[in-house]
Design a protein around this ligand. Structure first.
Ligand code: SF4
Length: 266
């Protein structure tokens, strides 16, 4: 489906979009018990289309392999990553510092090296994207992001993000690839023309298909620089509204938008 949308200039270029991936999903034996969680189908399908950039925040901060497993605790409204069996030592700060390094690197990268998406390992205290259990006084109270994933998503709120379990579904894979190529287009367009308006003008048929509320917010962000209150700290507000909307809608709505946009000249 995503290949049918003809306005993604990155699709046939030499520079494939760069996508971060939890290193254990790409086959690296970096988990706490020295194993990997390789996803052969996913890697085989995505490798010819995108450049995967494996990262393991826990190994990067020197936790070693093997290591004791961690969990997330809620302490005074703050989330803390600690060993399951020894909760005195916190790893939140070093993982946040590592995320800052990745975000700094993103800011410095040229367009072809910039992150265009991220595939996170579900339920990980570092890498989970919404599915990680959070405990308070030993009781499971909710699900949330891992420390590293949370920091990255705060800094780059427009980044298309999915966990490997969601990507088991072909329609999710299609949507993820579409969003990755769209972001790649954005990076290239801004680098070449130094003007994000050119990108949005190019994809106006796509914007036209968005649900009315999101479309109005997006146009207001583009024309007047207005950003909805819940995105007040979001850099690249219009881009965030676009990708957020394309991720929130149903598969059916998404596919309908692409089909309509496909037949409309930019
Ligand atoms: S989930 Fe993240 S931190 Fe855990 S092993 Fe995989 S890459 Fe490393």
């Amino acid at each position: 489906m995503w290949q049918e949308y003809p306005f993604l200039s990155g699709k046939e270029t030499r520079n494939q979009p760069c996508v971060g991936i939890s290193a254990c999903l790409s086959g690296e034996r970096v988990r706490y018990d020295g194993t990997s969680k390789i996803q052969p189908d996913l890697i085989n399908q995505f490798s010819p289309l995108i450049t995967l950039k494996p990262l393991c925040p826990e190994v990067a901060i020197g936790m070693g392999i093997p290591r004791r497993p961690m969990q997330l605790n809620l302490n005074n409204q703050l989330i803390d990553a600690v060993y399951k069996e020894d909760q005195a030592q916190s790893f939140t700060q070093p993982i946040n510092q590592y995320a800052d390094l990745i975000i700094d690197q993103y800011e410095r990268d040229i367009a072809s090296n910039k992150l265009c998406g991220y595939i996170f390992k579900s339920r990980s205290p570092s890498c989970g994207a919404g599915s990680t259990p959070v405990f308070s006084d030993g009781i499971h109270v909710r699900f949330g992001d891992g420390i590293f994933a949370h920091k990255l998503r705060q800094a780059l709120p427009w980044l298309p993000v999915m966990e490997e379990e969601e990507l088991e579904h072909p329609r999710s894979r299609n949507r993820f690839l579409f969003l990755v190529y769209l972001i790649s287009d954005y990076h290239q367009s801004v680098e070449k023309k130094s003007d994000e308006q050119v990108f949005f003008a190019h994809h106006k048929a796509l914007i036209k298909g968005l649900p009315r509320k999101k479309r109005t917010q997006l146009n207001s962000a583009l024309e007047h620089g207005n950003c909805p209150e819940d995105l007040i700290y979001a850099p690249d507000c219009a881009l965030t509204l676009l990708t957020e909307s394309l991720q929130e809608i149903s598969h059916h709505e998404f596919e309908e938008i692409i089909t309509k946009a496909r037949d409309t000249k930019p």
